[in-house]
Write a protein of this length. Structure first.
Length: 159
């Protein structure tokens, strides 16, 4: 019978890093489909490296995007997006800590949309309306999250 070494004391497990979710809307001009496809490819690689997941809705010169992941990574990524000259009038619609991800299986899901398609969704709120403001938005609570979730389980599309 051989003597076994004493068991090492269990290593304390670190609590999981807090997760953050930012949902923002912006306007964009002149992003052609080939450029968008390249941007998505690069974003998916970068997001996977950063531990960021999310969904991107693009249509009619508008973007609605959710980013979720470690707080520092999401904040850093949104700061880059906000400075990107392809984005105009960036507005954070919702920023919060989350207990779990809504878009865990997407390093960056993608869906194209049209106003007509969006207006057909129950509870539609037009975040791009020039008269839409953050004060009014608070009455709609999780509307942007609801909209993104409506697209989450559909097969992702490529530009």
């Amino acid at each position: 019978m051989s003597a076994s070494a004493p068991a090492a004391p269990p290593t304390p497990s670190k609590p999981p890093a807090p997760l953050m979710q930012i949902i923002y809307a912006s306007e964009t001009h002149g992003i052609a489909e080939p450029e968008l496809a390249l941007l998505l490819t690069k974003s998916r690689v970068r997001n996977a490296d950063l531990g960021v997941t999310g969904m991107l809705l693009v249509g009619e010169g508008r973007i609605l995007q959710v980013l979720e992941g470690p707080v520092e990574a999401v904040q850093r990524l949104y700061a880059i997006i906000e400075r990107d000259p392809r984005h105009h009038q960036c507005r954070v619609l919702r920023e919060r800590t989350i207990p779990e991800r809504d878009f865990a299986r997407w390093s960056m899901g993608y869906q194209a949309f049209s106003s007509e398609r969006l207006r057909g969704l129950p509870g539609f709120v037009d975040f791009f309306d020039p008269d839409f403001d953050a004060v009014d938005f608070r009455r709609h609570g999780g509307a942007p999250r609801f909209l993104l979730l409506a697209f989450r389980d559909q097969p992702t599309r490529e530009p």
